[in-house]
Design a protein around this ligand. Structure first.
Ligand SMILES: *Cc1c(COP(=O)(O)O)cnc(C)c1O
Length: 425
């Protein structure tokens, strides 16, 4: 036996002794490695929704975060199952996925993020820290010497403000073109645009033109704004330096994914502010290999779809439900397609509450508590969540685009029965 070998043996003996001492001389169970797998097994999983007592529902709402947004098409689920079985280097995967996505989505650079909100954070961080390694460590608590003003239209302030504020920025609000031109200072780091905002006076093109005159990058939050499919490149090609889409909404990727698209140098800077790098603002917005692959597979799936065919399918579902309900006295229906976000047919159902004596909110509750559970659009009954959808106290809103094939009939029957039961002659 060589000297080297015997030394190693001794060392390992010593280490084992120390370990046994630490656990109080209990027998150490043998480690049984899991078998290596190279292709997906057909193992049937445990139904943890059932085991935990959490009841899934038919999604007649849309892609709402609290309702788990969307479900993934089979090919996306299969790609994730396959990717989950082998380890890879996350940076290599991110780079390869980014290059692939940039090519398919006709932009310079792309990054898979933890969601559109995560993309807002690491994209803002990119603008602040571009070319400054120390700044990556310093934001958001030590902003000295860093530009920190983000110009935004007053009408574009929204529920995702915090995603930008995580980087230590402060908002500078403008309303008119004149305000906008005057708002730039030496501290201006980014101009932010909320793509689906209603009521802003300054157009996308003017927003970009003025910012670029001052050398300031523009970010467009288009999280919920596919379909149409072409939006995936419309805004980067219009000149926005950064654009985000949610991966878990219309794209039907994993819920914890998003796309950050745009200028290559900013995308590279965003990467430096993101997981897997530990000391960054984005470390808590980890993106796993399953999510990177799921996002890429979802983009491939989405690009294989057709806008007209999708709209026709959604319209057909809406028509089926409408046809059934119009047999009830006083019921009126129409379909509505929001201009920008959630740009797909939604079914609006109204009726005379003197005849059908139940409020839309009560209908929603009955659908939720029945079997199977059905979630109607949260704008039903004129709730504030109706953003972009015309509602009212007795308007039922059905989002048909996340229904699984055949579920439109179940929704139609249940709504019919619920309204019929409240009918007074
Ligand atoms: C949904 C949404 C987000 C957040 O998207 P996630 O992918 O859930 O992080 C951000 N901005 C807007 C406008 C959205 O609609």
């Amino acid at each position: 036996m060589s000297e080297k070998l015997s030394r190693r043996k001794m060392l390992s003996k010593g280490a084992q002794a120390a370990f046994v001492g630490a656990v109080g001389a209990r027998a150490v169970p043998a480690f049984v490695p899991a078998p290596l797998k190279s292709k997906p097994t057909s193992t049937k999983g445990v139904d943890y929704y059932q085991k935990l007592g959490v009841t899934p529902f038919i999604n007649a709402a849309g892609t709402y975060t609290v309702l788990s947004a969307s479900t993934m098409p089979d090919e996306v689920q299969a790609a994730i199952a396959l990717a989950s079985q082998q380890p890879v280097n996350i940076l290599e995967l991110q780079d390869a996925a980014g290059a692939y996505l940039a090519k398919r989505l006709k932009c310079e650079g792309a990054l898979v993020t933890s969601g559109a909100a995560g993309a807002l954070t690491v994209g803002t961080a990119a603008c602040i820290t571009l070319g400054n390694k120390q700044a990556v460590l310093n934001i958001p608590t030590d902003m000295s010497g860093l530009k920190n003003e983000v110009i935004v239209q007053k009408a574009h302030r929204y529920d995702y403000d915090h995603a930008l504020r995580n980087c230590g920025i402060r908002y500078v609000e403008v309303e008119t073109m004149d305000d906008y031109e005057k708002a730039f200072t030496n501290n201006t780091v980014m101009c932010h645009f909320f793509n689906a905002a209603e009521g802003g006076k300054i157009s996308r093109q003017d927003w970009i033109r003025v910012a670029h005159k001052r050398g300031v990058p523009c970010f467009n939050d288009a999280a919920a704004d596919v379909p149409p499919i072409s939006n995936l490149w419309n805004y980067t090609q219009m000149g926005f330096d950064l654009v985000t889409f949610s991966g878990g909404k219309g794209l039907r990727g994993p819920q914890c994914t998003g796309l950050l698209l745009g200028r290559k140098d900013l995308i590279d800077a965003a990467k430096q502010n993101n997981s897997p790098f530990s000391n960054t603002v984005g470390r808590g917005m980890k993106v796993a290999k399953e999510e990177v692959v799921g996002m890429v597979a979802a983009v491939d799936w989405f690009l294989s779809q057709d806008d007209a065919a999708m709209e026709a399918e959604f319209q057909k579902r809406a028509d089926l439900i409408a046809g059934k309900l119009r047999a009830l006295p006083t019921v009126q229906t129409k379909t509505f397609i929001p201009e920008v976000a959630n740009h797909v047919p939604h079914l609006l159902i109204t009726y005379d509450q003197n005849r059908i004596q139940i409020s839309a909110a009560e209908v929603m509750q009955k659908m939720r508590s029945g079997k199977p559970r059905i979630e109607l659009n949260p704008g039903t009954g004129g709730a504030p969540a109706s953003a972009g959808l015309p509602g009212g106290p007795n308007t039922i809103i059905v989002g048909v685009w996340m229904l699984q094939p055949g579920e439109e009939s179940i929704v139609a029957d249940r709504l019919y029965d619920t309204l019929l039961a409240a009918l007074h002659s």
